[in-house]
Design a protein around this ligand. Structure first.
Ligand SMILES: Cc1cc2nc3c(=O)[nH]c(=O)nc-3n(C[C@H](O)[C@H](O)[C@H](O)COP(=O)(O)O)c2cc1C
Length: 208
């Protein structure tokens, strides 16, 4: 969240925290503490996020879950249609069943919670962009979880028909709601090292 707000010249994090009226000297003292309380700097969070698939037995606080959902619902979407819907899984039997529908999510049985991110096709009024919209939402949630010191991983559902139908049946989703991803979330029991994936050869300027 570094840099300056283009409209106001106020550091962006300050503007976002509603501290714009506070003096610079006061801010210098306040900001590091506020930043620590609010989580990692955005650039740092993006560069250090990794998928976490092992969790401690500590429950996921409802307030933390709501903060993650709050960040997800802040995502950009086509025509601002916000077509996302969520089903929170906390029941151990459901989490275990999720790991049967997607064997690559078997670790969900050990997690305190997971969020089924779904697209509501009745809310998708902007030319079929629901997958991109809900992916943005899911990514914001992964970054929020990481910035808050939690561990999370995207486990894939859509467009695999058997997984879509499996989660539809598991959670009783109506026909106009399609599950996109199951985000498994908990307190991390592993800390995968950050990876620098920057590949300059993938970049062209102006023409291929
Ligand atoms: C669309 C999608 C589907 C994924 N499905 C799974 C999955 O089913 N199980 C899993 O453990 N990880 C899954 N992942 C996580 C990727 O394996 C992971 O993001 C990738 O290996 C890069 O590692 P990182 O997230 O630690 O940077 C998925 C990620 C995406 C974006």
């Amino acid at each position: 969240m570094g840099g300056m707000s283009r409209q106001t010249g106020i550091p962006r994090r300050v503007a976002l925290l509603g501290l714009a009226g506070v003096s610079a000297a006061a801010l210098a003292g306040v900001l590091p503490a506020v930043a620590a309380a609010r989580g990692l700097d955005t650039i740092e969070a993006i560069k250090t996020r990794r998928s976490v698939r092992r969790y401690t037995s500590r429950p996921l606080a409802e307030a933390d879950l709501r903060e993650i959902l709050r960040c997800g619902m802040q995502a950009p979407s086509a025509c601002d249609e916000q077509p996302w819907r969520f089903v929170i899984l906390r029941d151990k039997a459901l989490l275990a069943r999720a790991g049967e529908i997607n064997p690559y999510a078997a670790f969900a049985r050990e997690a305190p919670a997971a969020v089924l991110v779904c697209g509501d096709l009745e809310l998708d009024r902007c030319q079929g962009y629901w997958v991109q919209d809900c992916s943005n939402c899911a990514m914001c949630m992964l970054l929020a979880a990481h910035a808050m010191g939690l561990g999370a991983v995207w486990t894939g559902i859509y467009p695999l028909a058997d997984r879509v139908e499996g989660f539809r049946a598991l959670c009783g989703l109506p026909a106009h709601v399609t599950p996109l991803a199951l985000l498994v979330i908990g307190h991390p029991a592993e800390q995968p090292a950050p990876e620098n994936r920057f590949k300059p050869e993938r970049i062209r300027y102006d023409r291929w």
